[in-house]
Design a protein around this ligand. Sequence first.
Ligand code: ADP
Ligand code: MG
Length: 861
Amino acid sequence: MTAVTGLRAEEAARLLAMDGPNTLPQVQTDPRWRRFAAEFTHFFALLLWVAAALAFVAGMPQLGVAVIVVVIINGVFAFAQEARAERAASKLRAMLPAHVMVRRDGRPMKVEAAQVVRGDVVLLTAGDRIPGDLEFSVAEACTVDESMLSGESEPVAKHPGDVGYGGTFLVNGNAEALVTATGRRTRLADIASLTAEARPPQSPLHKELRRVVRIISAVALSFGGLFFAVSLLAGTSWRDAFLFAVGVSVALIPEGLLPTVTLSLAMGAQRMAGRNALVRHLEAVETLGSTTFICTDKTGTLTQNRMSAVEVWTPDGMVRLRGEGYTPTAEIIGGEAAVQRARRLARAARAASRGRAVLQKGQWSADGDPMEAALDALARRLADAQDLDDDQVQFRWTFDPVRRRESVAVGSELLVKGAPENVLPLCVPSTDLRTCSSALEDMAGRGLRVLAVAERTLPGTGLVERWPDEPGQYEQHLTLLGLVGLHDPPRESVAEALQKARMAGIKVAMVTGDHPTTAAAIAAEIGLLRPDRTVVEGKDLPDDGHLLGALLDHDGAVISRVSPEQKLRVARALQLRGHVLAMTGDGVNDGPALQEADIGVAMGASGTDVAREAADLVLLDDDFATIIAAVEQGRATYANIRRFLTYHLTDNVAELTPFVVWALSGGNFPLALGVMQILFLDIGTDLLPALALGSERAGPRILQRPPERRHLMDSALMIRVFAILGPVEAVCEMAAFTVTLWLAGWRPGFPFPDVGVLAAASGAAFTTVVLAQWANAFACRSESVPPWRLGWATNRLLLWAVAVELLALIAFLFIGPVAAMLGHAPPTVAGLLTGLLAIPAVLFADYLYKRIRHRHRGAVV
Ligand code: ADP
Ligand code: MG
C-alpha cells in the first residue's frame, strides 16, 4: 500500500471486516423496555395510577381495574405509535448515505463513507466532510472547519503531515490524506459519547404542543377538584365525590395527543420522502407548512444543471458549437482564426477544471461539476483527445464563491477561469477587453452563463518550490483568451411550481452567484422576474437589515452575484420582516445561511456535505418543484393535527357535560354518564379515528390559500369545538338521556328513577356520543368543506375506524357483564332514535359553521 495507489480492494474488505463500518456508535438511546416503561410512568399515567389505587382503597375495584386498563391501552398505543414514528425517521436517515472519494487499486473511486477503512487514501475537496481521523499527505490551500470539535469558528490551515479529524469539514482547497482511525476509534466518537446525554433543543411545535397539553390538563385537574368540592357540598358521599373528580379529570386529559402528533409528523415526512424531499428532523414537516418566503439558487434548482458550452468569444471572432449533451463531438461554426483561439481557450479552461465528461453505460455524462464537465466536452470538441493530458497541474486554487474563479499552475503557465467580473480586472488592459464586454452582455442577455478564461506566463520558476497560500500575487497581468457561454436550460417543472407558490401566497426570490444579466434572462424565461422589476446585485444590498428586508420583500426578487455572507444577511433581513424562510444552498460557505433560515434546503444530488449537514430539508432531485411539494405536505400534516385535535376536544365536551349538568343541578339531575363509560368512550371512540384523521391526504386546494402561522389551538378551533360541535353533541346526548327518563315517567324534582331506567337512559347517552363522534369524525376531515363534498369513502382508515367503533358499541351495550361494568343497558327505541338525530345535527351544525366562515374568509380546505 502506498499513498499513490491506495489500498487494494481485498485489503479494504479485510480491514472493514476487522474494524467494522465507519460509523459512530449509536447514540445511547434508552433501551426499548425502558421506553415502554416510560409510557406508564409519565405524569398523567402516574395520576391515573394513584386514582386506580384510591379506587381500590375506596372499595370500587371495578373502577380501579378500568382505570388500569385505560393506562395500559393508552401506554401500549403510545408506544406503538412512537415506535412506528421512530422507524420511519430512521428509514429516512438511511436514505442519503454520505459518499467519499478514495483511491483503491490505484484508481479514484466513490465509496460510502461507512466503508472507509484505516489505511484508505481519501481524496477531499472543498465542502467535503472528513470521513475519519487522518493524516494529510497532500494539502493544497487547505483549510478545515474544526468548530464541532474545538469550538473554534475560524477554519484551521492544514499542511502535509498535519492531522485531521472525522466529522470536520474541508472549507477550502484539495487534499489527499491517509486514514488512521475510523468509526468508534475517532476523536469525534469520544466526544460524541460524552455529549450523548445532552437533549436536543425543543422545536416550536413541541413547545406549542406542550402548551396545549398543559392548558388542557390544568383545566381537567381544576374541574376535577371543583367537582370534588361541589359534590361534597351537595351532600354526596366523599366516595362518590372522588369518583366524579376522577371521571372529570380522566375525561379531559389528552394523554394520547403527543404520540399521535409524532406519528402524523413521521407519516408526513415519509410522504415527503416519496416526493424526493427528505427532512432531517420531524418538526421541519410542520415548519415547511408555514413557509412564507423561498430564496432559491438558480443553477441546478431552477435549471437542469446540464450545461453545454455553446459559444466561445475570442478576440478573433465568435465560435458557435452545436452538440448533444456532453458528447465530444459537435458541429463547429466559426472562422479558422477564431477556432484556433477557441481551442487554446478550451484547453486552458479544461486544465483549470476537475469536472470531466465521461462515457458511462454508453452515454456521455458529467462527472463532477457539470459546468466543468461541459468545459471538458468543449475541449474535446475543439482539440484532439490525446492532446488533453490530466497530470500536468502543479498547483490549483479551487473555485470558491467569494473569489469566483479557479486558477491552476501548469508548468510555467498560470491559467485562470471564472466569473468575468472577477477575471477581467486582472487582465492587461487592451482593446480586446473593451470589445469583450459587449459580447458578454449579449451572451448573458440570452441567459447564457458566461466564464472568462485568461492565462499568463509566470516569471522565473519560484512558484514551483513551495505552495503559496495566496494566489493573488500571481493572478495579475493576465492575457484574456476569451469568453465561454454555457447554456443551462430551465427545469420543465419550474414554471408550474412558481405558479403554485404564487397561488399559495409564498413569495419566491432567486439568489444566485451568477451574472445579473444571465440571472434576469433566466428569471424572465421561467416567469419569475416581473417586467417592472430589476435585478439587485449583491454588492448593492443596503447594510441596514430593515432597508434590505423592505427592498427584497416581494415576489420575484432577483439578487445576483451574491456572496455567502450576503446570503446570510438576506436571510436575516427577511426573517426580520416576519417571514418563515426557506433558503437553498449548495456551497461550502452556505452553512450559516442554511442554519439561519427556518428551513435550510440542501441538494442531495449535487451540493456539498457541509450544506447537507446544515440543512433541514434535502432535495433528492435538486428540483425547485420539490420544495413546493414539501410545503404542500407540510401544510397537509399541520391540517391533520388540527383535525384530530378538533375531534378529540369535541369528545371531551360531550364527556364533561353530564358532570356539569349534575353539579349545576346541585345533584338533583341524574348523572348521564359514569366514569367507566367515559374511560371506554375515550379508548373506544378516540384512538382509531384520531389516527385516521392524522393520515388524511392533502386537500386539492391546500396550496390555494395564503400561508398562516397560527397556534394549534387558535380561536377558530376553539369556537368550532366549544361553541358549535361540542354543544351540539352535548345537547343530543342529554336529550337522549332525558327523553328516556321522561317517557319512563320521571320529571325533574322527582326522586331518581329505578336503576333499570337509569341504565337504559345512560346507555342512550353513551350511544349518542358514539354516533355524534361518527359524524364529527367526518366533519373534522375539513375545516371548510362539508364531508359530502369530500366523498364519504375517501379516507379508508376512517371507514375502518367507524366500523370498529360500531362493533365496540354493540359489544359495550349487549355483552351483559361489560354493560354491567359500565353501568348502562341498551337504550330504548326512543332513546336510540333521539341519539340517531345526533348524526344529522352535528353535520348540519358543522355545515352552517363552514358556510358562515366561508363567507367571511373565502374557500379553503
Ligand atoms: P449559482 O448561483 O449559479 O450556483 P455560483 O455561486 O455557483 O452561482 O457561481 C457564481 C459564479 O462563479 C458563476 O456565475 C461563474 O461565473 C463562477 N463559477 C462557478 N463555478 C465555477 C468554477 N467551477 N470555476 C470557475 N468559476 C466558476
Ligand atoms: Mg452553484
